[in-house]
Design a protein around this ligand. Structure first.
Ligand code: NAP
Length: 309
């Protein structure tokens, strides 16, 4: 029995040790060293080159190394019929919540303006409203969106969220579906995108959506790069309608050196670091899911290939 592993970040020895502890009978092979493809029964990976997974005719289950799965569905040969699971993990959620809190607070307290003022030695006060009077809106109320909403509520922000299906979350104003998006946007002063990347959500943060946010709104995107149309965002900021933005993810990663986003004075950039799952947690989840699949059960955190997330 063998598991094929692939990650964008090369730490093969570390993963070998961590996976060895929870899967003692499993041979772990690191792509591109596949060996005999017929030995491969499980895959644990992120951004596996397209066409590779479909080569393994004895594959029984596929596990994403992270919460997002868009890179799997971008592979035209992805074997959609197999059990496929992603990571849902308290620690990953907590890290994402930290990122959201950090950047909501920056926008709430006008930190981008103060950074610019500091460059010019300008002393000009501006006080934010009380958090309870600041409306934060989260696109996506899944594991990460709900986690962030909980922490924002704790700081007394006025939190709303938007999802595909209806939700009832205490202390969060919930909107759902295309029909309720405009109402959600009209009340959102700080927009946080925690949607999965699907056909429906690609390019969702475009000029039409940005125009529906109130004057001076800020945008934070730790979802996926293609959620945002960068030219539309920069135009909306340059026009003064959007005050500022924080972006963690990009259409092309790493963000090319000559990309205009780098130098925009009102855009803060982080290099896809909003959250990550710890190897020990992913390894434990993988072991549990292999046990479940071997017992004929569904894996935990199963992805629905029809929905695409
Ligand atoms: P999740 O649990 O699957 O939640 C997704 C949420 O988005 C759900 O509330 C879902 O609605 C909603 N949604 C999906 N399609 C929609 C649509 N067309 N219209 C309205 N709402 C829609 O995902 P998650 O675990 O919270 O993760 C969210 C994303 O965060 C991941 O897919 C990944 O891309 C990103 N991420 C980024 C980082 C980073 O470091 N930057 C790290 C981890 C994850 P329903 O509840 O109705 O299904």
């Amino acid at each position: 029995m063998a598991l094929i592993f692939h990650s964008k970040i090369k730490r093969d020895d570390w993963w070998r040790e961590v996976l060895g502890k929870v899967l003692p009978g499993m041979e772990v092979r690191f792509y591109p060293e596949i060996g005999n493809p017929d030995d491969i029964e499980y895959a644990l990976c992120f951004a596996m080159p397209h066409g590779v997974l479909s080569q393994f005719k004895n594959l029984k289950g596929i596990f994403s190394l992270g919460a997002g799965v868009d890179h799997f569905f971008a592979d035209p040969d992805f074997p959609k019929h197999l059990p496929f699971a992603r990571v849902v993990d308290d620690e990953l959620t907590a890290r994402m919540s930290e990122y959201v809190l950090q950047h909501v607070l920056n926008h709430h307290r006008y930190q981008a303006d103060f950074d610019l003022q500091q460059k010019d030695h300008v002393w000009k006060e501006r006080f934010p409203p009380a958090a309870r009077n600041r409306k934060v809106g989260i696109l996506g109320l899944g594991a990460l969106g709900q986690g962030a909403a909980e922490r924002l509520k704790y700081l007394e922000f006025d939190v709303a969220g938007w999802s595909r299906s209806p939700k009832e979350i205490e202390g969060v104003t919930c909107y759902h579906g295309a029909d309720q998006l405009d109402e959600f946007l009209a009340r959102t002063e700080i927009l946080v995108c925690l949607l999965p990347l699907t056909e429906e959500t690609t390019g969702i943060i475009n000029k039409d959506l940005l125009a529906k946010l109130p004057e001076g709104a800020a945008v934070i995107n730790p979802g996926r790069g293609p959620h945002v149309v960068p030219e539309d965002l920069m135009t909306a900021i340059d026009s003064g309608h959007i005050s500022s933005a924080t972006l963690d993810v990009f259409i092309q990663e790493p963000l090319p050196e000559n990309d205009p986003l780098w130098d925009h004075p009102k855009i803060r950039i982080t290099p896809h670091v909003a959250s990550v799952a710890a190897p020990e947690r992913v390894a434990a989840l993988t072991a549990e899911n292999i046990k479940r699949i071997e017992n004929g059960e569904d894996p935990l955190n199963k992805v629905d290939p029809e929905r695409g997330y």
